[in-house]
Design a protein around this ligand. Structure first.
Ligand code: SF4
Length: 263
């Protein structure tokens, strides 16, 4: 194994919402987006950074460098559970595509060891990085927020052009992709945005039809003051109700999509 390394901020074992079966989720540090609702703000900077511990004045450093062999040791601890449940590993973040060499090295090693792999991505990267991944992953969990680029820039800080283009490329390569739409009340769940999303997916993608809708939650809000950063949606948003989520599911299903709440 070559001496690859990368920056991560967490490893979660026995995860059950990051793809099929029981999984180990590896959270890469660094994200090129800056979503107003981000519930992992500690993931955004690529470098390790200080964060106050909850309800105390103590500071901890979030993020660390890990080598490929250290990470593989952690991953191998649960192989028996992956095998029994149809699980594996999920590389999440942050944005995994920001550290493509480390990501690629993990995928290669897992393939050698027959460990199933999923990536949870915004899709924001060059096409060259996406091409590097084709054929190496069992599943992509691909976030889609807005089709309207102005809205995308406003709420995430970046254009969605490469995100849409890369998604179409994965579709043309027949990669296995589940689209994930974060449901942010009055932001991503507007009638026009749902229509745009339904139309884009149903007309521009041939093989990708699976969509998970992920309800907004406020779990990350408390981390912003601990990082000394403002939370733009402070006290403004509620978690959508089951009824609201079902209405959104029904709306998206009118476009012939296979929609699930959660994922
Ligand atoms: S893409 Fe995800 S990790 Fe990055 S800022 Fe948005 S919510 Fe946070």
């Amino acid at each position: 194994m070559k001496s690859h390394s990368g920056t991560i901020f967490d490893i979660k074992r026995f995860a059950v919402h990051d793809g099929p079966g029981i999984r180990t989720t590896i959270f890469f540090k660094g994200c090129p987006l800056n979503c107003w609702w981000c519930h992992n703000p500690e993931s955004q900077n690529l470098e390790p950074e200080p964060i106050l511990r909850p309800s105390s004045e103590d500071i901890e450093i979030i993020g660390k460098t890990i080598t490929l062999s250290e990470l593989m040791e952690e991953i191998r601890k649960d192989i028996i559970f992956y095998d029994e449940s149809g699980g594996g590993i999920t590389i999440s973040g942050g944005e995994p595509l920001m550290q493509p060499e480390f990501l690629n090295a993990i995928l290669k090693q897992c393939k050698k060891e027959k460990i199933s792999t999923t990536v949870d991505t915004t899709g924001f990267s060059s096409l060259a990085v996406i091409k590097l991944l084709v054929g190496k992953l069992d599943l992509y969990l691909y976030d889609l927020k807005f089709i309207n680029d102005e809205k995308h820039r406003k709420y995430t800080g970046v254009s969605n052009k490469s995100i849409l283009k890369n998604l179409q490329y994965l579709d043309s390569e027949k990669e296995s992709v589940i689209i994930r739409i974060p449901i942010i009340p009055n932001v991503t769940d507007t009638k026009s945005n749902l229509q745009d999303l339904g139309t884009f997916i149903s007309t521009n993608l041939q093989t990708i039809k699976n969509v998970n809708i992920l309800p907004y939650n406020r779990l990350g809000e408390g981390k912003y003051p601990r990082l000394n950063r403002p939370y733009k949606f402070a006290n403004q948003l509620k978690t959508p109700s089951d009824k609201e989520l079902n209405n959104i599911k029904n709306e998206l299903e009118t476009y012939g999509l296979d929609v699930q709440v959660g994922g």
